[in-house]
Design a protein around this ligand. Structure first.
Ligand code: SF4
Length: 255
């Protein structure tokens, strides 16, 4: 376990001030150094990793397992995931000996979406109910969360920093911000990490089963998510308080 020193100031300084200081401090550091700092620097406070156990999630999960496998890992189960994702989650937790994987499920699905049909009329409302709201609740005890977002994934992420403000309450930490698709692939190969079983079946980006389709050779890897819809993010990652809507560029994982 990585010991975190007590913050120099308590309560912690404002989020924006800490984000600026952390980006200045770790600007030229590697992904693993940024992740280590996320777990050890007093300025980040209490930290959780948020993981979808999707196509590229194993990279950060493996890094965490080496640095501190007791780190809380929040896994949002929308109850509409592929069965393969659920079994992959269990396989990785056991293989990497992760001791604090927390399965997050919205408590009010039965009242607000009793027939599982909300996604047909309003995908934003469905993502809000099943992903964004339960995650926000689960994050309430944390000062920062680690994400697997990368600059190459689309235009809205092109200027992604290692540390960014998530409103006034929390910091988002993106250790892989500067990684290219080849870096992800090399890390998995070099560490012989198991792939999500659906990747080999034509799913380079994996979310809920009803909103994820196969991707053909030559297609944008993200094109299988909400195919044909004007939607590229689930709302977990917002900009200026709004769900990001932008034409997908290159990338693998949607939020
Ligand atoms: Fe609902 Fe689709 Fe969003 Fe999953 S990805 S929460 S099924 S709209």
């Amino acid at each position: 376990m990585i010991a975190k020193e007590m913050p120099l100031e308590f309560p912690l300084p404002p989020v924006a001030q800490r984000v600026e200081a952390l980006n200045a401090r770790y600007r030229h550091h590697s992904a693993t150094e940024v992740l280590k700092s996320a777990l050890s620097d007093p300025m980040t406070g209490q930290v959780a990793l948020v993981s979808s156990f999707g196509a590229e999630s194993v990279v950060l999960l493996h890094m965490i397992s080496v640095m501190d496998r007791t780190t809380p890992i929040l896994f949002v189960d929308t109850e509409l995931l592929f069965p393969e994702t659920l079994s992959y989650q269990e396989e990785l937790a056991e293989r990497l000996r992760l001791t604090d994987v927390r399965r997050i499920v919205a408590k009010d699905i039965a009242e607000r979406d009793p027939y599982g049909a909300l996604r047909f009329s309003d995908t934003d409302a469905c993502c809000s109910l099943r992903k964004t709201e339960p995650l926000q609740n689960a994050l309430s005890g944390f000062d920062a969360w680690i994400t697997g977002r990368k600059r190459f994934q689309n235009g809205t992420r092109a200027a992604l920093d290692f540390f960014e403000a998530d409103g006034d309450a929390r910091i988002k930490i993106n250790p892989l911000a500067h990684w290219a698709p080849e870096d992800v692939r090399d890390y998995m190969d070099n560490n012989r990490l198991p792939r999500h079983p659906l990747v080999a079946q034509g799913y380079p980006s994996i979310g809920c089963a009803p909103c994820t389709s196969k991707v053909k050779d030559g297609e944008d890897p993200r094109s299988g998510r909400w195919r044909g819809a004007d939607k590229t993010e689930c709302g977990i990652h917002m900009q200026d308080g709004k769900v990001v809507r932008q034409s997908p560029a290159v990338g693998h994982e949607k939020g």
